[in-house]
Ligand binder design. Structure first.
Ligand SMILES: Cc1ncc(COP(=O)(O)O)c(C=O)c1O
Length: 144
């Protein structure tokens, strides 16, 4: 999914394993400031203008480590940018099912399908969940 030299946008800060795996693959990691409503999309646009970005890896809900959730307008804007610049949004969303209150926002994968029903050349968002995060929360697993 990522080759050596590919420019990839990630949030600053982000999950250490995301960074380790991208750096292990030789990706050109571009870090963009995380705000309380998700990644700074203006900062992302700046990266897109400077580099040929192939991927954007981000956490939509309860970002690890900051805990912030990407707002609906920012989800829409990131999808617009991905169409405009032809990069893939990798939606790492292990905590999507752990909401206890507040509004559940649509995943970017579902939003992309609803805005584009015909095949398009640029890559579609790619989702990632985590069964272990959901099971351990449901069972109340703890280290102690
Ligand atoms: C953002 C993020 N992605 C991926 C993972 C890893 O999930 P799993 O253990 O199911 O591979 C975690 C776990 O902490 C995470 O916080």
């Amino acid at each position: 999914m990522v080759s050596a030299g590919d420019a990839v946008i990630v949030e600053l800060p982000t999950y250490d394993r995301t960074l380790l795996s991208l750096r292990g693959r030789g990706a050109d990691v571009r870090m963009v400031e995380l705000e309380v409503d998700g990644i700074d999309v203006a900062g992302s646009s700046g990266c897109l203008a400077r580099a040929c970005v192939r991927r954007c890896a981000h956490h939509s809900n309860f970002q690890n480590p900051a805990g912030y959730t990407l707002s609906l307008p920012k989800r829409e804007r990131l999808l617009e940018l991905s169409r405009e610049y032809g990069f893939m949004v990798f939606e790492d969303d292990p905590y999507v099912e752990l909401r206890f209150s507040g509004e559940t926002l649509p995943t970017m994968v579902s939003m992309d399908r609803s805005v584009s029903s015909t095949p398009r050349p640029s890559p579609r968002p790619s989702p990632r969940g985590s069964a272990s995060a959901i099971w351990s929360a449901a069972r109340g697993d703890r280290e102690d």
